[in-house]
Design a protein. Structure first.
Length: 223
């Protein structure tokens, strides 16, 4: 059974209506209405099969859910170089934030040294969702033990007008305020971000359960 047929078997018209409101920038007719757990299940079922191999080579896909299954399959590739090749082949076809945000290749966490220059390249891309993906990988992988102050500089230097990039920059700094408060709060104090992004980062940090009440109180004074 092809991936498309598996997806059709899980369609829900009400969920399709709900999902289309979350991704208004893509045509509703390209959304089938399949829930994420079902898509992840399909990806696991076809992983490593000839069906998966053929499916990954069939770009572009027609449906939103096909793109998500595609990225879920990529995230399960265990060889770093193979995974990166698949990611870079697919990124130009990513056309909305859920596809960009729901895939987290497991092999990345074990290859930080090789991943970092790729993130730098992605952040400098002209393609909106490649930039967003690069910033998200930096957020996911490098705000922990492998953190360096320069990573905050990289993201603060992203001055783009696209909404989904600005939101990602804000999300990155809100997360940095939760994980690396002392280093990242300086960027807020000095208004190093664009005004809209600055305020959105504070809003997200104030809404986060990972930021202390004391820090939230101070951040409110920097709006």
């Amino acid at each position: 059974m092809a991936v498309y047929e598996r997806l059709v078997a899980c369609c829900d018209s009400k969920y399709r209506d709900f999902q289309s409101k979350l991704v208004p920038n893509i045509p509703k007719e390209t959304i089938l209405g399949v829930k994420t757990p079902d898509m992840r299940k399909i990806a696991k079922e076809v992983k490593g099969t000839k069906e998966a191999e053929v499916f990954l080579a069939e770009l572009p896909h027609k449906y939103y859910e096909e793109n998500l299954v595609h990225f879920f399959l990529i995230a399960m590739i265990r060889d770093f170089d193979e995974c990166v090749k698949a990611v870079e082949t697919f990124l130009p076809y990513v056309d909305c934030w859920p596809i960009c945000d729901q895939s987290n290749p497991k092999v990345f966490s074990k290859n930080h040294e090789k991943l970092l220059p790729l993130i730098q390249k992605w952040i400098c891309s002209e393609h909106v969702y490649t930039v967003r993906f690069g910033i998200r990988m930096l957020m996911n992988e490098f705000l922990g033990e492998d953190f360096r102050l320069e990573y905050l500089e990289w993201v603060a230097a992203v001055k783009r007008e696209e909404y989904y990039i600005k939101m990602m920059v804000a999300w990155f700094f809100a997360t940095a305020l939760a994980k690396r408060y002392d280093e990242s709060v300086v960027f807020i104090e000095e208004w190093r971000l664009e005004p809209w992004t600055h305020r959105k980062a504070i809003q997200k940090a104030v809404e986060s359960f990972r930021v202390s009440d004391e820090h939230k109180e101070y951040l409110r004074t920097l709006r």
